[in-house]
Design a protein around this ligand. Sequence first.
Ligand code: M7G
Length: 308
Amino acid sequence: MTHELAAFNFTRVLNEDPILKTLTLLGTLPSPTAVNGEANTQESAILIIERSAFPVQTATGHVAQRIATLATLGKNDIYSWWTAILAQSQLEPDLKISVIHPATEAHIVKYSKQERKMVTETAEIYRARVLPWIENQPKSRIQWVYNILNGSKEQDDILFRDNDPDTGFIVLPDSKWDRKTLSSLYLLAISMRSDVRSMRDLTTKHLPMLKNIREKALKMVPEKFPGVASDEVRLFVHYHPSYYHFHVHITHVQAQVPGSTVGQSHLLENIIDNIEHIDPDYYSKINLRFALGVNHPVYALVTGELSN
Ligand code: M7G
């Protein structure tokens, strides 16, 4: 059977995670612009391949009814363990695949297995080195965000929209979510305003936006997803994010958040509290400690000597 990924040319494995059941491959795919007659230009592509979550009840019954072949690994008293092969199903997808094509060097670094280390980003290092690096990020890195905000992509998936230019935001499913498993619910709230690159920029003037997101997201999720109560919803912000346009992650409290490293997630509730009750400039003043892949550009910026 031919499909878009049949043309994928494998180069190497970037990462694999037996716990998250994820395999990340680097390879190439033909450029979509070179299809009509031109030389077949190959571009880097990353495939993030994940085993699907088990549906509690499958379309054809219980998942045990899909077991086609069973092989025993061991038995002892009342205990036994097995490997099994599921019968093919046209109804239950076995995999969820995310594709980045064309993938940039920054994507390849992000998805490659690498050592992680704890680092401290002082307010001084942030201003002297990290902020200039953030300001130099090509706008094309957040083109996908603009596509959502300007109404050109993912519009059928939008779950909530508040168009206020100061406090408004759009909520839609995060591309990580399989869009059906409620215990791994993963949505994204993207702010209308573009002046907040990251949590470091947040001050008192953003409190109305932050509170608006908190109130409306907590109300919207149980309405759109009955079975998820508002006290099962976790709202958080990544520092560092991968994309420097303000957005809030909205997940089920039980959801495993792949790729989220120690110290990277900051609860929206705590952010509001710190700005409101501790210091309006809390986030531009504090030292932030977090784990970071050693190949992330910020790692070198933060750990290098600061010359005056
Ligand atoms: P982040 O904190 O900037 O980076 O979050 P992270 O990837 O290190 O968490 C960005 C979030 O946006 C992630 O949860 C991504 O899965 C999600 N995301 C990224 N892209 C490119 C898209 C997209 O094109 N559409 C949607 N719906 N979500 C995306």
